[in-house]
Every structure is written in structure tokens, then in C-alpha cells.
Design a protein around this ligand. Structure first.
Ligand code: AGP
Length: 596
């Protein structure tokens, strides 16, 4: 996700900010910039790498400043959309992480009041709100501005005549580094470890005034807050991973936030009938590769169940070479990177065939966006581990949203039904949190998989693709041969491979396939295969047939792929870790596959 750094102290701010930005690079970014208060307020920002920015920048003298690395979510990566943003007078600069949900309404109001905007971003409304509310006190202006804002933020602002910066946080990390005669604010401690190991974590709703020798924190009601600093013992490398051993684990744990962000504005757009598409479709085709293909398979179940529209799924690498018949279905291309060569070629082929196209991607400005009619962006933030985790569960969110949107257009679901499902979706970050709370139980349960040469993942119905995804995760990061199978297919071949040395991971939720799934698990048990079952909390019948059980909270069966996926991610992760594998960079694999 985006990175923030702010500095007040005796050093040249430019050096500290550029150093901090370099240390925040690991978070992923597409543009960067900084603003420094010297004889006047100067801003330098650009698309692309920090090394390019720093080499093209003149020496700027000044001891107060803010810097930012941007991962585009609202507006493409460009010089204009890079942070910091200036107000109309050029006296204040703002950097921001998060999403301003009501930015369109605020922008309109501010334009009516005479403010001139220079970017497509949601963030820019913040600096104009500051300008509007500024009456000689930047902190007071920030507090007033934030009263008008709906959304999430870590925000830092400076003024040309000030010696202090002001900051605020809501659902986006912000930490203060306390130095001697100097202080730093940043989105994580990596940016400050060169200068101090004393950190003050800012909590939701708090605002901060930070100068070279004083930091004051205020609570929601404006009362000052006393907080003792924490001493950071991490190295820079530890800090990049937020204390997690691997990026993959960090990204698994980021899923509640990623899901929350991906739903945020979209549920409002669904409510107002403006989400993703504006035409009903007689049929849908979902096209993707790898993990995104599994999300498409789950998508087929969702769309058919909710919208009752015939849906097919194709591998992008096959679709391009298939004959292609019939009327052009709405062709939805799922690709987290937006750069997968086969999916890009499939998008071109779909358009050649006259199909309307919609891309679901996590990267604003990626190539796929130029190849399709419409784009829906998931908001998982950058994913560094090669194994897709949070980008997958946010793709699932896109599938629920698309299913509901189609159902809404053809009245396959009533308003109340849609409302009920969206409220369950809003609860998803909480359910995922409960799964993550049990990570240590999952870790213990993976002992049976560690020595295996082969593992089977079994599921049925909407969780058949979940188990294909589990098998893919396990094989790519642990190097154990794993196969996902529809449990009903077992007796048509793979049963011959089962014995005491071949563990089976089975998903069993209480939907209409429950009894059949229990019977399939018993068939496996009869061949002495060790069974690790994933079921719903309190399922004694399942526990009775499995050697080990891990459970997820009870959710509507159609939403069960989400917590179950988190479970299979943890299973794969802990198995690979016990085998000592290079989890974030598995051999022979790349994060985005740009060759076909
Ligand atoms: C899964 O963990 C992999 N990273 C891989 O299967 C990936 O999903 C596939 O290469 C497609 O990538 P995309 O979503 O960026 O198109």
C-alpha cells in the first residue's frame, strides 16, 4: 500500500524523506513525491521509481517536509495524481493513505465553492478542505476537514509558514518516531529505523501535532493523550514484513483490511445501481489463469446461484485458441496483476469476437485496463509474496459484487435479499479475523502434511475450487505434489492412490452436499489416509471421521469459500515453513507471468 513519511528537525528534510521513501519501496508503488518547507513550499513528484525522482530533483533546503509513495487506487499512476497535493494558494501540502469514500460529492461542493482541482484522486479533496477550514491553525483545520470526510485515512499536512506538521489516522497505520531534537511520522517503522528506535503508535481517531522537539497526540474529543513509546528491536528487514516472518503470512493477515477496502465504495455503488456494468447479459464467460482461474470457478457458482445466468469458465491460455461460438457473452477477465500475457491475449480475442469485456484487476493502470471496455479494481494493495492470497479473496469479493449486480439488474434477487447478503459480506473481515486468531491451531494440524510426497484436497460444489486453490498453494510453496479433486470424482480414479502415506485435506460445510462429503471422507478413512478436515465450528460428526479438524465460523454457505480459503492458505504456509521452503519466492515462479 502507499507509504507516508514526514520529518521535522535539524537535518535537511530532503535527505531524510528520500531515505524514508526508499525504505518504504517494498510496500509497492507507482509514483512518489515530496514537499519541503524552505523559503517557500516546494513539491517534487513523478510517476515511476524513487531513484528517478531523486536524480531529477534539485537540492532543496528545508527542515520540515512530507513524502509519499503512491499505489494507485483512484486515478491512474501519473505525475498529476502523485502525492503531495497543494491547495489553491500553494501554501499547504497533503499526503494521504486510504480511501475518501465521499470524494465525488466533496469535490463537486468544493469546485462550486471555487476550488480548482489538478488530479483525479480522492486525496485532493483533503487539501482543499484544509484550505477551506484554515483560520491560522493547521491542526484545527485538519480536525474540521476530517468531520466532512467519510472513509479511511492516514494523512499528514504541512504549511509554508509552519515549523510543525499535523497528522491523523483512521484505519490506516501511522507511527511516530521520537528522536533527539527531531521527530518523524511514517506509515511504518521501516522508514524511521535509521534515526530512532522509539515509536509511538497512533490510534484510530487520533490527531497529532509534530515539531522538532515536541509531539502532541489528541484523542477524538481533542484531549491530549499521554502514551509511552515502544522500543523497536526489529531490523529493517523484519520491519518491512511488519514483524511477520514472510510477506505471504503478512498478506494472509492483511485480508480483513483488503476485503474491507474492496467492498467499501462498491457496496454503495451496488445500492445506487452504478456498480461495474450497466447492461444485463444473456450469459457470462469468466477467463483467467492460475489462482485467478480458481476465483473464476467460484464466480461461476456465485453468478449462477444469485443471478441465474448461465456462466462458463475458461483458462485464458485455452480460450485464445478455442473456436468461440454463439452470441458474445459478457467476458470477464480476472487478473490480479493485470499483466498476465495469456489473459491479455484472451481480452483481445474476446473483443475481436465482439464480446463486451470487463476486467477485474488489483493494479490501476495495468495493461488489462487498456484492453477492455470496463474495469473493476480490487483494493488488496500490493502483494509481494509470489503466492496470491489477499488478491484472491478480494477477487472473490468482486465475484459476489458482480453476482449481486447481475441479480439486481434482472431482478433475480429482491432488495431485501441483496441487503441481507451485503450485510453478511460486511461482516466478512470479522469472520476472517476469527480464522486468523486460530492460526496456531492450524500450524499444529499441518504436522501430518509435512513428510508427505502427495496430498489430495477434496471439496464439493462451491468449495471444489477452494480446494483446487488449496492444492495450488501447497504445491507452489512447499513443493509437495498436491491435487485438488471434486470429492465425488474420487472413486473414478484417484482412490487407487490413497494409502497411509497420502494425507487428504477435506472441506466439509453444511450445505446440500454435506452428507455426501461426509461419506467421501469415510471412503478415504477406509484407505488409511490421514485426514485433515476443514469444517464449521462445533461439527462433531466431522470431527468423528477426521484425524484432525480445523474449523471456521458458521457463515452463509455461498460465502464459505472466503474463510475456507484463508484456512487452506494457512495450511499451505505452515507446511512450507516447517519444510524450510523459500515461501515468498518459490523456485521457477514469478509474480506476474508476462510470457505466454
Ligand atoms: C498463484 O499463487 C500464482 N501467483 C498464479 O497462479 C497467478 O494467479 C497466475 O499467474 C495469474 O496471475 P494474474 O492473476 O496476475 O493474472
Amino acid at each position: 500500500m502507499c507509504g507516508i513519511i514526514g520529518y521535522a528537525g535539524p537535518r535537511e528534510a530532503q535527505e531524510v524523506l528520500l531515505d524514508g521513501l526508499r525504505r518504504l519501496e517494498y510496500r509497492g508503488y507507482d509514483s512518489a513525491g515530496l514537499a519541503i518547507v524552505g523559503s517557500s513550499l516546494k513539491v517534487f513528484k513523478d510517476k515511476g521509481e524513487i531513484s528517478k525522482l531523486s536524480s531529477s530533483m534539485p537540492q532543496l533546503r528545508g527542515h520540515l517536509g512530507v513524502g509519499h509513495t503512491r499505489w494507485a487506487t483512484c486515478g491512474k499512476p501519473s505525475q498529476q495524481n502523485a502525492h503531495p497535493f497543494l491547495d489553491c494558494t500553494g501554501q499547504m501540502a497533503v499526503v494521504h493513505n486510504g480511501i475518501i469514500e465521499n470524494h465525488l460529492a466533496l469535490r463537486k461542493k468544493l469546485i462550486d465553492e471555487g476550488h480548482v482541482f489538478t488530479s483525479e484522486t480522492d486525496t485532493e479533496v483533503l487539501v482543499h478542505l484544509l484550505e477551506k477550514h484554515y483560520k491560522g491553525d493547521l491542526h484545527a483545520a485538519l480536525r474540521e476537514a476530517l468531520k466532512e470526510v467519510k472513509g479511511t485515512y492516514a494523512v499528514v499536512a504541512i504549511r509554508t509558514d509552519g515549523r510543525e506538521l499535523v497528522a491523523a489516522r483512521k484505519e490506516n497505520p501511522l507511527v511516530i518516531g521520537l528522536g533527539v531534537g527531531e521527530n518523524i511520522v511514517a506509515s511504518d517503522v521501516t522508514a524511521m529505523l535509521n534515526y530512532t528506535n522509539k515509536a509511538l503508535y497512533i490510534m484510530d481517531g487520533e490527531t497529532v501535532v509534530l515539531g522538532p522537539s515536541k509531539v502532541t497526540i489528541y484523542d477524538v474529543d481533542g484531549r491530549t493523550v499521554h502514551r509511552d513509546p515502544s522500543i523497536i528491536t526489529w531490523t529493517v528487514e523484519d520491519a518491512k514484513k511488519g514483524g511477520f516472518e514472510h510477506y505471504m503470512l503478512k498478506e494472509i493477515f492483511e485480508q480483513p483490511t483488503a476485503i474491507h477496502n474492496s467492498l467499501l465504495e462498491s457496496l454503495d455503488e451496488l445500492e445506487s445501481g452504478t456498480l461495474m456494468i450497466d447492461h444485463d447479459a444473456p450469459s457470462i464467460k469468466l477467463v483467467a489463469c492460475g489462482t485467478s482461474y480458481h476465483a473464476s470457478m467460484v464466480g461461476k457458482y456465485i453468478i449462477e446461484a444469485l443471478a441465474k445466468i448461465p456462466t462458463t469458465v475458461e483458462l485464458a491460455s485455452e480460450y485464445r485458441y478455442s473456436p468461440g461460438t454463439g452470441e458474445g457473452p459478457l467476458t470477464v477477465l480476472l487478473t490480479q496483476s493485470g499483466e498476465t500475457a495469456d489473459t491479455l491475449a484472451a481480452a483481445r480475442e474476446a473483443r475481436r469476437r465482439g464480446c463486451p469485456t470487463l476486467a477485474v484487476t488489483n493494479v490501476v493502470g495495468s495493461t488489462i485496463a487498456r484492453e477492455v471496455d470496463r474495469v473493476f479494481y480490487t483494493k488488496a494493495g500490493p502483494e509481494i509474496g509470489v503466492a496470491a492470497t489477499k488478491t484472491y479473496t478480494t477477487q472473490l469479493m468482486a465475484m459476489y459484487l458482480l453476482g449481486m449486480r447481475l441479480a439486481q439488474m434482472r431482478r433475480a434477487m429482491g432488495r431485501d435479499e441483496i441487503r441481507e447478503l451485503t450485510s453478511e459480506l460486511r461482516g466478512m473481515p470479522r469472520y476472517i479475523g476469527k480464522v486468523l486468531d486460530r492460526a496456531h491451531e492450524v500450524e499444529a494440524a499441518t504436522d501430518m502434511l509435512v513428510p508427505a510426497r502427495d496430498v489430495f484436497f477434496l471439496g464439493r460444489n462451491i468449495n471444489y475450487p477452494t480446494m483446487l486453490e488449496g492444492a495450488l498453494k501447497l504445491k507452489e510453496i512447499s513443493y509437495i505434489h498436491a491435487e485438488g479433486y471434486a470429492a465425488g470424482e474420487l472413486k473414478h480414479g484417484p482412490l487407487a492412490l490413497l494409502d497411509a502415506s497420502t494425507p487428504v485435506v477435506a472441506a466439509c460445510v453444511k450445505d446440500h452436499t454435506y452428507e455426501k462429503m461426509l461419506a467421501n471422507i469415510s471412503e478415504v478413512a477406509a484407505r488409511d489416509s490421514p485426514i485433515l478436515a476443514i469444517g464449521l465450528e462445533g461439527d462433531a460428526d466431522l470431527a468423528a471421521v477426521a484425524d484432525s479438524t480445523v474449523s471456521v465460523p458458521k457463515v452463509n454457505p455461498i460465502l464459505s469459500p472466503v474463510p475456507l480459503t484463508v484456512m487452506v492458505q494457512l495450511i499451505a504456509y505452515y507446511t512450507a515453513r516447517k519444510r524450510g521452503c523459500p515461501i515468498d519466492k518459490p523456485r521457477n515462479l514469478a509474480k506476474s507471468v508476462t510470457v505466454d
